[in-house]
Design a protein around this ligand. Structure first.
Ligand SMILES: Cc1cc2nc3c(=O)[nH]c(=O)nc-3n(C[C@H](O)[C@H](O)[C@H](O)COP(=O)(O)O)c2cc1C
Length: 341
């Protein structure tokens, strides 16, 4: 839909609704799918670690399609020099924004001293961001928590924002819950610590010059609109956008961005994916690498179960290609007429 690179003010606008970075989920195929549902929302990559890019030379991790713009690269790391180099590589690869992960609590991430544990070291985060900003021209942003472990979010979050903003960061996404670095799994850390939206709202008042997006637990466009109306600059949606992409994205261009075109549909998105899928399998890729992100497209609609089953069972067969999708679409049409689920 949008194949142009995006400038800073339009990317801030795109951040009114963003789709969260999610490891193993928001890969390039997932982002391409999401883009078929919204031309305007800001998409984030999965976290890519700076060491993988800089020391490991894994530049393929930066691959993406021109259609994905506006698209932000999320980096993980805590070494300013290495992050600066990684940010530069991200810029050269064409990303519209470079985001630093200060929210991910997984063991693997903690052992590399990055992710949420950096909430304890805002000085280092500021240093990292300053280095990333100096190394390249696209906007550097931060995704953070409201605190970790026994930190008091009401003290820690404003301090963190002030310190990192002083390094030149003007846009933050705040996952509105603490992370417990010991004792909770990454999954539990996305559900168990309570959400504190009010604190994020307070930050809006304290830091009028910053662009603040709230993240965590948002599942509908009604909620997104309510946060925007309450004064937040943006809303970042994660799991709901992955599991029910149509609910979160299909009407977003009209409802969140003031577009006047018709809303996207699941069927339209599937059809738009067909040439992309054809190119992927012709180049030797597996159908399942793309269709695994498409299972939720018809969530809540007649035929949803048959759609999921056909894709799950059929997509890893060696000769599987776009025909499977066309076949599954025909099933959906039949089910719609029959009213089955
Ligand atoms: C499977 C999965 C992988 C995730 N990977 C990342 C990641 O790489 N970087 C990051 O900052 N957050 C990551 N997150 C956290 C999400 O970005 C988001 O903050 C969290 O899911 C809360 O938002 P939600 O309630 O809308 O899902 C991940 C979440 C999930 C479910």
């Amino acid at each position: 839909m949008n194949s142009m690179k995006t400038n800073t003010s339009s990317i801030s606008n795109a951040a009114r609704l963003s789709i969260a970075p999610m490891m193993d989920w928001t890969d390039r195929h997932c982002r391409y799918l999401h883009r078929q549902l919204s031309g305007r929302a800001l998409l984030y990559t999965e976290m890519v670690t700076a060491p993988a890019l800089v020391r490991g030379g894994a530049l393929h991790l930066l691959d993406h399609a021109p259609e994905e713009h506006p698209v932000a690269l999320q980096l993980g790391g805590s070494d300013p020099k290495e992050l600066a180099q990684a940010a530069r590589l991200g810029f050269e690869a064409g990303y519209d924004e470079i985001n630093l992960n200060v929210g991910c609590p997984s063991d693997r991430v903690q052992s590399g001293t990055f992710g949420a544990v950096l909430m304890k070291n805002p000085g280092l985060v500021a240093e990292c961001c300053a280095a990333m900003i100096a190394a390249q021209p696209v906007e550097v942003t931060v995704k953070c928590r409201i605190g970790v472990d026994d930190q008091e979010p009401r003290d820690v979050l404003p301090e963190f924002l002030a310190r990192v903003a002083s390094a030149g960061v003007g846009r933050f996404s705040i996952h509105a819950r603490k992370a417990w670095l010991q004792g909770l799994s990454p999954k539990e850390n996305r559900d168990i610590p309570p959400l504190d939206y009010e604190l994020v709202q307070q930050m809006r008042g304290l830091f009028p010059a910053l662009h603040l997006s709230v993240n965590g637990g948002v599942t509908t466009l009604d909620q997104v609109e309510a946060f925007l109306e309450a004064g937040l600059d943006g809303v970042m949606v994660g799991r709901a956008a992955y599991h029910q992409p149509v609910d979160v994205l299909a009407a977003a261009d009209r409802r969140i961005f003031g577009g006047t075109g018709p809303d996207a549909t699941a069927e339209g998105a599937v059809r738009a994916m067909l040439p992309y899928i054809e190119a992927h399998v012709t180049a030797g890729g597996r159908l399942n690498q793309i269709t695994r992100h498409m299972l939720g497209l018809f969530a809540g609609r007649p035929g949803a179960r048959a759609w999921r089953r056909m894709l799950s069972e059929g997509a890893h067969r060696p000769a599987a290609g776009p025909a499977l999708l066309e076949h599954a679409l025909a099933e959906i049409e039949l089910a719609s007429h029959a009213g089955a689920t």
